[in-house]
Write a new protein. Structure first.
Lengths: 288, 316
């Protein structure tokens, strides 16, 4: 493998990993803090991509569409938490799995009713559409680099939010001891609603960012859902730092798996997961 | 054996009689539909042994089911029937072996990690089959001739006739149901229920819980293999979707919806989900919206599953 191809693969791996991190970090926050296994999380990714498709057409500008999409996603998150999720906190994981599976079916059909079953594309925003040449016939698209940059900025923003702000402190405390936080006078219901909406917004944002490079298609959420669960479990459930490390690991493993061992490319990620969990059953950054 | 609530026993007996009589009145489409439901019920019962009784929530149960189905496909010559006993034996053997290997690894984890590792192994098998040209890739392969049973020139039944297939499936479902009830009433069954309640205590009492769980895992794998073999023989095709996590997920829905840890819950769950699916499909092409809504409402309103609806006698 020569250097240019290797570099492209590394960049692709990191870009895919960072995108996975956006989805997985919401998943791990919702699980770690609210104790909810949310199978419908992939649907938010799909909804994000379809929102990007519609809003870009409506508004005409990709970045404004992105901003509007995040607002819509937060609204969906708040509404869903109020309608359904808040009844699940005290229930067994199995029922959470069952109910959120039902939500997947609802979201898939709602998508089919609103947008139909066709595959759509979103144009790469004009300023970033060109590519940087690496050799005579190999080049790398600027938008992909910008995507990685945005994801990285969000990762840093999340680190700041969780480690440095008062809200982050409450979130961390809430994940350790719910009752204690509640008895200290913090409105845990409101905290949960915010965390859930944040998770939905992150997943939808990932879908919106991905829409210009992957196409927008039915079932795109399920693919991402399973791989994000793998990321969450490898990283250690509830750990945002673990999700970042695991997402990059999976992103690179998947990309290089496709190049080096194409015959078993689909299995590579799951082999990695099985190996890591047999070595550290609680994940890399999981609490013992 | 533990006595079941009277209402449930009446429903079960009536159900068995109705099932036995159904092919005499039902159209071919519905007889085949009920056959499929019974195959799903065997599959769901096998998962309930893990989820409901042993407390092992597997999201990769389609693994044994799919591998058994593919085994039948590989053993069926292009234009001839595979032997009934040889193909069934091989399918169950493969299912058992897969469950043994996976079980040895995954049973070291527990809780949500167990769910995810079983999912990982299921996905591995899915992608292996999906990417393998020899196994038909993403399209799968057809099985043109159903397995045939012949004992010295005598054919007790012919699986090509849909009524015969129906009764074979019914007999197997009833057999699995009663075998499991006997098993669960035995000392072995008591131990695995004990493991679900409190594994530490069972270990303190001197039971090698890992071995019990492994036996359960393999047994559930074999029963899933039986369902997989039946499904492949019935539909005449295999495809990677048989191994996908959707299959495992849907199965888990049946078990939870019906009421886990009850002998008849998964059967009720399988029937309820499949009948609703058929009903909603006849109403609208967007039937999943209704099914999804039903599942959401069921979780919020019937917390312990459909079998709960028959429990009024016990409490009354």
């Amino acid at each position: 493998m020569d250097t240019a191809i290797f570099l492209i693969q590394v960049l692709n791996g990191i870009q895919y990993g960072l995108l996975l991190f956006l989805v997985a970090s919401g998943l791990t926050l919702i699980f770690g803090i609210m104790g909810i296994i949310n199978l419908a999380h992939g649907s938010f990714y799909m909804i994000g991509a379809y929102l990007a498709f519609s809003l870009t057409r409506l508004i005409g500008d990709f970045w404004l569409a992105l901003a509007a999409g995040v607002v819509v996603a937060v609204a969906i998150g708040l509404l869903l938490e109020w309608l359904v999720m808040r009844f699940l906190y005290q229930r067994d994981h199995l029922y959470q799995v069952l109910l959120t599976y039902g939500l997947i079916l609802i979201f898939e059909e709602a998508r089919s009713l609103v947008w139909g079953d066709d595959v759509h594309g979103v144009a790469v925003p004009g300023a970033l559409a060109h590519s940087i040449p690496l050799t005579e016939n190999l080049s790398y698209q600027v938008y992909r680099l910008a995507m990685s940059g945005i994801c990285l900025a969000i990762a840093l923003g999340m680190y700041w939010l969780i480690q440095k702000t008062r809200l982050g402190m409450t979130i961390r405390a809430g994940s350790v001891n719910r009752e204690m936080v509640q008895s200290l006078g913090i409105n845990i219901g409101l905290l949960y609603r915010l965390v859930f909406a944040l998770g939905v917004a992150l997943a939808a944002l990932a879908g919106m960012l991905a829409s210009p490079v992957s196409s927008v298609f039915p079932g795109m959420g399920n693919q991402v859902l399973i791989i994000s669960f793998v990321v969450v479990v490898i990283g250690g459930i509830g750990s945002v730092k673990g999700a970042l490390v695991a997402a990059l690991l999976i992103g690179l493993a998947d990309t290089f798996g496709k190049v080096l061992v194409p015959q078993i490319a689909g299995m590579v990620v799951y082999l990695l997961m099985a190996a890591i969990l047999l070595w550290r059953p609680q994940g890399i950054f999981g609490r013992g | 054996m533990e006595r079941q609530p009277l209402a449930l026993r009446i429903v079960l007996a009536a159900g068995l009689v109705a099932l036995a009589a159904f092919p005499f009145v039902g159209e071919k489409f519905y007889v085949q539909f009920v056959t499929k439901v019974m195959i799903w019920a065997i599959f769901a019962v096998s998962l309930d042994l893990l989820v409901g009784y042993t407390g092992l929530v597997s999201l990769g149960h389609a693994l044994s089911y799919g591998l058994a189905a593919y085994t039948l496909m590989l053993l069926t010559p292009q234009y001839e029937a595979a032997g009934f006993w040889t193909s069934l034996g091989a399918s169950l053997g493969v299912a058992a072996l897969a469950a043994l290997v996976v079980g040895l690894l995954v049973l070291r984890t527990s809780g949500i990690y167990f769910i995810m590792v079983t999912l990982a192994f299921g996905q591995m098998a899915y992608y292996y089959v999906h990417d393998s040209d020899r196994l038909g890739g993403s399209d799968g392969k057809y099985i043109y001739v159903r397995p045939a049973l012949e004992i010295a020139g005598w054919k007790p039944f012919d699986l090509d006739q849909f009524t015969h297939f129906y009764y074979v499936a019914l007999a197997l479902l009833a057999g699995v149901y009663f075998a499991l009830r006997v098993l669960l009433a035995s000392p072995f069954g008591r131990v695995i229920v004990g493991i679900k309640e409190n594994e530490h205590r069972m270990r303190m009492l001197g039971f090698a819980t890992f071995r019990y769980k492994l036996v359960c895992f393999v047994l559930a794998g074999v029963l899933a293999g039986l369902a997989g073999w039946l499904a492949a023989a019935h539909d005449g095709l295999v495809n990677p979707e048989m191994l996908s996590w959707h299959q495992s997920g849907q199965l888990l829905m049946m078990v939870i919806l019906g009421g886990m840890g009850t002998p008849s819950g998964p059967i009720l769950g399988a029937a309820a989900l499949k009948v609703l699916e058929l009903l909603f499909q006849s109403w609208t092409k967007h039937w999943q919206l209704l099914l999804g809504g039903f599942i959401v409402l069921a979780v919020l309103l019937i917390p312990r599953g459909l079998a709960q609806l028959f429990e009024w006698k016990r409490r009354g």
